[in-house]
Design a protein around this ligand. Sequence first.
Ligand code: SF4
Length: 752
Amino acid sequence: MGFVCLGYCSVMTEPTTSFRTCPLCEATCGLAIEHQDGTVTRIRGDHDDVFSQGFLCPKGTVLGKFHDDPDRLRTPLIKQDGRHVAVSWDEAFAAISDGIVPVLDRSERDGGAMYLGNPVVHSLDLSLYSRAITVALGSKKVFSASTVDQRPREVASGLIYGSSFTIPVPDIDRTTALLLIGANPLVSNGSLATAPDWPGRIQALLDRDGALIVVDPARTKTAAKATTHLAPFPGTDALFLAAIASELVSTGQHRPDDADRAALEQVVEALAEFTPESVAEATGIAAEQTRDVIAQLVAAERPCVYARLGTTITPFGTTASWLVDVVNALLGALDAPGGAMFATNPAGSKNTRGEGPHGPVQTLGRRQTKASGMPIELGEHPVAALADEIESGNITALITVAGNPVLSCPDSERLDGALSGLEFMVSIDCYLNETTRHADVILPPPSHLQKPHFDVAFGNLAVRNVANYSAPIFPLDDGALAEWEICARLATVLGGGEGTREAAELVDSTIADQLIRGALGSSQCPPELSEERIRVAIGDRTGPDRVLDLLVRSGPYGDWFGSNDGLSLDVLVEHPHGIDLGALEPRIPEVLLTPSGRPEFAHPSLLGDVARLATLLTEPSSGLRLINRRTLRSNNSWMHNLEILVKGKPRCTMLMHPDDAQARGLDVGDRATVSSSAGSVEIAVELDDTIRPGVVSIPHGWGHGVEGTSLAVAERHAGVNVNVLTPATVVDPLSGTSQLTGFRVEVAAATA
Ligand code: SF4
């Protein structure tokens, strides 16, 4: 592209293209970002990206729009007389120090709590430094979006494999039959399975005459591509999986690894009452349909079962996740090419430190929340308990990081009210939204284009081993703080300090020192390596770049600080389109951290839930049940302030089968009142003759236009908050995850 100066542009710079991994969702697409003079002129897919090869979705094109959004916060805000006003960083940290520290100290820190939103895991800075806040807070009350999402999968993995990070992902590029349950990757772009271009990968499966079997109450975009689509009653997937497992064994069609045969047969013995016939009424899937699915999986050379959100946000999420692995193991598909495999995270993980020593037995049920006795697992309180804990005075101060629980958590009207009763609240967030409007102080991070990026978490979940680093494209605004520095300064304030730059640097150095000690203590550390050599190798880098360099260099592909030709941050910087580290490879037993050195399929906590699962067999199937849905241009709650993503016909509608609508005197476009045990909302009806009768669907993340927010575009496309309907009282007792799908609702024509 040429550069033309018209005489008035003395500081105009050359148009530049920068390559960057999209930080918005798990797909991690490579972007080619064209920009000039601090303005993004165009974003397209990076055709040279080793993982995404040019794919991107509509959301990937909006990073420039987000950077320029006038509602994006650029200076800290403090609440004065009920209104948020801009202040300097020093004033903001002073207000936090004066406001939150006395509140925390009065409760000996036990009254403090933290909520981490989903974007934390998509930010390198937050992934590496938010823990400093938790540590400085000095309270065990940590909540996150995990308990309205994937926590059951993590709990199941902890019990079976010894680490919650050890999550099997579908080897989508090599499978020949994919059973996909409760997932819609053609719209969500994947979850707990990092794979750019799901549409292309699914099409490739179909092109090689593979089977795509989709189990979903709605005929989603993914289901529409399926070679077989089954529409069960929502929330019954664990029954369906149990029937597949027991049928595989009773008909002698299983082919597990011999080392796991005894444990798996113990599991199937416990599942004996679940047969294709016995679960048919409860699931809505006829016995012959279940047998057809089994026949397709058994006949396939490389079968694979993969399940997602629709299976985990139910009261049986952990059990369903366990049974996915049991079925994969019975099919011989666990840890096998084309089956469900384990990634090797280039940034290192608990499960990349080599075989043994094996870990302790994982147990559940040791801690419960004070007010409502909900399970605390993997060190986190369930968000369903947050309102209870605040209302009962157990939480008096809250820090939220990149989260909007008022829209994303159950019984949200009650939570909204509870937040207003806190003694002090701090938010790290880019918007004045439905949650942060309650904050006494809001600390705004820079835009995505102003910070480095590397997916430290998604290396555990990728369907191919890949490493890709992105440097910031734009500098920080004058006076702005980097996201890591905000975290580090806040941590020092919570610890009783003043939140200075020097104090933040000390936090940063402490993190680096810990990683250096960890590297030197690793069994994989070359004997000749010394602390001095590591410090010379990492040079004078600071902040997230230094931490990432340490992680990658001491990770499974690392150069061990110059000891071999492996990865370092310098090597990553030299490869702006990423580095392909190859297809997934079998990793059992090296990936395991279990006492037996094998997957603990017959873990007592999992076997112990089978009796509860049996109660689902007699649940009445009449009435309406509500399910969630994703839309391609929406990402939870936080991207609704970008006109390009929300324009056009309203997306926050209720999908309903025409028969159900007619029975209630409703037609397309009518307003309906939807009620549950938690609350009611009014919403426009959209008819869909492909959704299962008895099921209605509303997307989540909407419900904007609330007083005290500053989201001009979102306010014009407000939608309704589906979580007003979600009861906070029903959780998966093994993981504490809320039931967000499949609960009963009443629908009637709106009266007004
Ligand atoms: S699929 Fe996800 S990672 Fe890819 S462009 Fe869209 S939002 Fe970004």
